[in-house]
Design a protein around this ligand. Structure first.
Ligand code: SAM
Length: 299
């Protein structure tokens, strides 16, 4: 936001670009439920970026490419996903003292933190995301609790821990750092006795096949492949908000840097994290990797 309370320049540009299309492109989300709506100016369709056509993002050698891509994106979590995560978090916290300080790492447009603020009335929430547009959207939603603080930051450069609870849905796999550095940072940021609740794609045949397809798509990327992916997504998910489907087109070309597997679990175990539960997350789409939701206690 600028000082006049208007969205910043990048978001305003986005707004203007999409405004003439709005009548055609946007329709009310079918799963809006009782979650706050993201204001329309922020639910913009990011432009298709021709300069990325034919470029794949290698999980271990993209050298900042993924981070640069994320900075311009906006990511809303679907309502069912937020509810599922909230239920996991509620159950993990049963019998534990209420967390004083929570971090939502890679919070997107902040819907998860805003939902949790209702469940955790004594908790100060910090949501960080590397995407300026997502953080602008999170701030614009309006935090009724007055306890959610959304900030644009790269996690590896964010030093405001420790937290009693760190929640991170579908973000750890994208963070540009060696696994060991990431595990060490998480160990610094989760206070002893605190919880890390993560959702990550797992190492399984389905995901490895999907990522091979994504690598090929990345080599072929053009406005035509973007349009074909969006067309297919609309056919497979006719009841989903088209803007939300559009937000996911970029992901169909990206391969995560890491997966939830024995190696990453062992790295966290070496940093005093103990797995409390490890469950599959609902698999909502053929284009989406299979995720696991893991609750870890920091000893
Ligand atoms: C798949 S989205 C998930 C967003 C949200 N957690 C949700 O479930 O809706 C992944 C998010 O991680 C963010 N992200 C990626 N790398 C990051 C980093 N190094 N630091 C902070 N956020 C990052 C992206 O900008 C993006 O919003």
């Amino acid at each position: 936001m600028d000082r006049g309370g208007r969205p910043d320049r990048a978001v305003r540009r986005c707004h203007h670009a999409v405004d003439p299309l709005r009548g055609r492109v946007f329709r009310p989300s079918s799963d809006a439920g009782d979650l706050p709506e993201v204001p329309r100016p922020y639910r913009c369709i990011p432009p298709i970026r021709l300069e990325h056509a034919g470029r794949g993002l290698d999980p271990h050698g993209s050298g900042g490419a993924v981070m640069a891509e994320f900075e311009a994106t906006v990511f809303d979590a679907p309502t069912e996903r937020i509810r599922q995560m909230t239920a996991v978090i509620r159950s993990a916290l049963t019998g534990l003292p209420s967390p004083r300080k929570m971090l939502d790492l890679g919070c997107g447009t902040g819907l998860q933190a805003l939902d949790l603020a209702k469940e955790l009335p004594d908790t100060a929430m910090v949501g960080i995301d590397v995407s300026a547009n997502s953080i602008a959207a999170a701030k614009a939603i309006g935090d009724l609790s007055g306890r959610c603080d959304f900030r644009q930051a790269d996690y590896m450069a964010f030093n405001e821990g420790p937290f009693d609870l760190v929640v991170t849905d579908s973000c750890l796999q994208w963070i540009e750092a060696e696994d060991s550095r990431l595990a060490a940072k998480l160990a610094t940021d989760v206070a002893p006795g605190g919880l890390l609740i993560l959702t990550m794609p797992e190492r399984c045949g389905f995901n490895l096949a999907l990522f091979s397809v994504r690598r090929i798509l990345a080599l072929l990327r053009s406005p035509l492949t973007d349009a074909a992916i969006l067309w297919l997504a609309r056919r497979l998910h006719p009841h989903h908000d088209p803007a939300m489907l559009r937000q996911r087109v970029d992901y169909m070309y990206w391969v995560p840097r890491r997966l939830w597997d024995h190696a990453f679990a062992r790295m966290l175990a070496d940093r005093k994290f103990k797995v409390v539960s490890d469950e599959p997350m609902t698999h909502a789409s053929l284009g989406q990797p299979k995720h696991r939701t893991v609750v870890l206690l920091r000893r």
